[in-house]
Ligand binder design. Sequence first.
Ligand code: BTN
Length: 305
Amino acid sequence: MQATREQVLDALSEGPVAGPALADRLDVSRAAVWKHVEQLRAEGFEIDSGDGGYELVSVPEFGASAVAYGLEAPFEIEYHDSIDSTNRRARELATDGRSDVAVLADEQTGGRGRLDRAWASPSGGVWLSLALRPGVPIAHAPAFTLAAAVAVTRAAREAGVDARIKWPNDVVVGDDERKLAGVLTEVEGEADRVDWVVVGIGSNVNVDPAALPDEADATSVQDAVGPVDRRAFTQRLLEEFDALRRDLDAVVPAWRADATTLGKRVRVETPGGTVEGEAVDVSFPGALVVDTGEERVTITAGDCE
Ligand code: BTN
C-alpha cells in the first residue's frame, strides 16, 4: 500500500479527522487527501464525511489496504482480484531484488502446486506468495515451508478449525485428513546463500469444496466453521510467519506441536523409492525421520500417506 494512504488510514483509525487537519498533519494537499480517501472507498472502506470530518466506519474483508490496516508484520501487500499465479508474480518481484512483499489474490487462474500439479484457486481463498531474500544457506530453505505450514495452521485454529500439519506441508482437518492448505516453496541461489525464496501458501478459506476438483480430499475453513473474515485470517498468517522466520530454530518445535504425522505409520514416496514405517521425528530444517523397524531413514522430499 502506498505510504500516504497508509498514513491516512492510521489517522482515521484514531477517530474522525477534518480534511484540512489531515492534510497539514501529513504535509500533503487537501486534494491529495481527498484522492486517497476516494481510493480507499473504491477498495471497500466505508468512510463518512460529515461535519466532524472523515470518519472510518468499516474496513473491507479483503484487499491490499484492508490486510495492511493494523497488520503487525513488515510486509508490503500487493493485491490482485485475479492473477494467474501469485508464486509467478512473487518470483518476478524477488528476481527484481524485492523482498518482504506479500502477493495476495482472491482468485488464481493458473495456480501451481507441488510436483507441478495444478492448484485449484477459486474466488474466496487466500492465495498468497511471499517474496523473501533471507540470506540463509540454501539448505535452510525448507524451514520456511514448515514455518508457513505452522502459520496457516495457527490462523485456521484462530478461525475455529482444528487444523494439523501432515508432513511436509499439508494442513489437514479431521481423521480423514482432508486438505485445507498447501505450501509451495521455490528457491534460487548458491549453496551458501539463497538469492531469494518464494513461499506460496494456498488456503481454502471461504471456498465451497464442491468448487475444488479433488473435493473428496479437500476441505475449507468455510466448510468447517462457515465463512470467516479473510482479513483477520491473512493477518494472523503473516504475523505468525514473520515471527517464525526471525527465529528459524523455533520452527521445528512449533511444527512438531501441530503435527498429525508423528507417531503414525506412514508410506512415503521419495525420489529414491518407497519408505514405510513409523514417523518418529522431524529434524531441522524439515526432514522426516521414519523408523522402518530395521533402520531410521531421514527423508528430505516425498509424498506422505
Ligand atoms: C501443494 O501442492 O500442496 C502446494 C500448493 C500451493 C498453492 C499456492 S496458492 C498461492 C501460490 N501460488 C501458486 O501458484 N501456488 C501457491
